[in-house]
Design a protein around this ligand. Structure first.
Ligand code: PEP
Ligand code: MN
Length: 365
């Protein structure tokens, strides 16, 4: 059972509900706060068997907006029969939610300061403030380049700051990496922010998920597990939230099957509306790792553009996408990287797709 409070409900109203809840045997109240667009929302979750707990005693309390019996498994991230608002968050001055479209463009893996700097400069020229830069790279083969790790962090963060990049998404594969990132941010004076990426290979690495969830300073971009069901991925995402961090974006990146050939993965962006129905999380799509190549259709648009349009027109609001100044020289995933001169076209394409989405929503179904 979840008790939702009015944004203006004070501490005493929330505490009163918690005290009342704690009087029921076997029930433990847990408080969660998350940031809406204009205000902070408070929820108190009743943990334990709530079958014998009436809702009306809580509904009648001052400051309580609504009480919902939760039927789905995702108590925190779930949308609960459309009764709850979407989650979103503001990090380092940048808003992520289900209404603001964000391009998260950059290198799959950090390579040289020249390429990183050129990529940030191109983003800045296009008014973009969020980037992707992998420092820790789990690879299909262990003999492939694994990323420059902690040693590249200071100069990547400094370059980001110089170009006004506010958030860099970066995969972590071990709890140690979170500490390395925080240390590097501190040592460089926080020139930028970092969003921790949970990669598809770690979607069920529960120890990592707990570590990522137990800190609240850095938000999380959670990538769907490539070989597990959507429900299993969402259960894993719930782990992050249940450890205390609600600042999560869920990212579709395709699923592994040869039925997706010749794409790298089977594109799964039909799940965008499913995610928006089942969860409160902002939904991201990763067209680069889904498609895995820069080939195009006879209309002159590459498959990466096409599937991006499919995801945006279905309601996704973030796009994680690989760009590289010289894809043929990239140390990781060069074949799927778009080129920097394509950035303004990609941005325009996404804006038009979003407009089409809004127009289609207005028509209805
Ligand atoms: C990535 O985005 O850098 C990445 C490795 O993606 P995924 O975990 O989806 O394979
Ligand atoms: Mn990659």
């Amino acid at each position: 059972m979840i008790i939702f409070f009015d944004p203006e409900a004070g501490e005493s109203a929330v505490a009163a509900a918690e005290q009342l809840a704690a009087r029921y045997p076997g029930i433990t109240p847990r408080r969660f706060e998350y940031q809406g667009r204009e205000s902070t929302f408070t929820e108190v979750h009743l943990i334990g068997s709530t079958a014998g707990v009436p809702t009306d005693v809580f509904e009648n309390l001052e400051g309580v907006r609504r009480v919902v019996r939760v039927s789905t498994r995702y108590r925190l991230i779930g949308r609960h029969d459309n009764l709850t608002e979407s989650w979103g968050f503001t990090y380092n001055g940048v808003r992520f939610d289900d209404r603001t479209v964000r391009l998260i463009a950059g290198l799959c893996a950090v390579d040289t300061p020249e390429y990183v700097g050129r990529t940030f400069a191109a983003l800045a020229d296009n008014g973009l403030v969020v980037s992707r830069m992998g420092a820790y790279k789990p690879r299909t083969s262990p003999y492939d380049f694994q990323g420059y790790g902690a040693e590249c962090l200071p100069w990547v963060f400094e370059l980001a700051g110089q170009h006004g990049i506010k958030v860099v998404t970066m995969e972590v594969t071990d709890a140690r990496h979170i500490d390395e990132i925080r240390t590097a941010l501190e040592r460089t004076g926080h020139p930028t922010g970092v969003m921790l990426q949970v990669g598809t290979r770690n979607a069920q690495n529960f120890e990592l998920l707990k570590q990522v969830g137990q800190q609240r300073t850095l938000p999380v971009l959670f990538k769907r597990g490539m070989g597990i069901t959507l429900e299993e991925s969402l259960n894993a995402t719930e782990y992050v939230a249940s450890e205390g961090n609600p600042n999560i974006i869920f990212c579709l990146r395709g699923v592994k099957t040869h039925l997706g050939d010749p794409h790298r993965n089977l594109v799964d962006f039909a799940h965008v509306p499913v995610l928006r129905r089942q969860t409160k999380l902002p939904v991201c799509i990763d067209p680069s790792h889904s498609v895995g190549g820069a080939r195009g259709a006879p209309d002159g648009l590459s498959d990466i553009f096409h599937v991006t349009g499919q995801g945006i027109i279905a309601g996704a609001t973030a796009v994680l996408v690989d760009f590289h100044p010289e894809p043929e020289r990239a140390l990781c995933d060069g074949p799927q990287a778009l080129r920097l001169p394509q950035l303004p076209k990609f941005k325009a394409y996404v804006q038009r797709a979003r407009q089409a989405y809004e127009d289609l929503v207005a028509i209805g179904s």
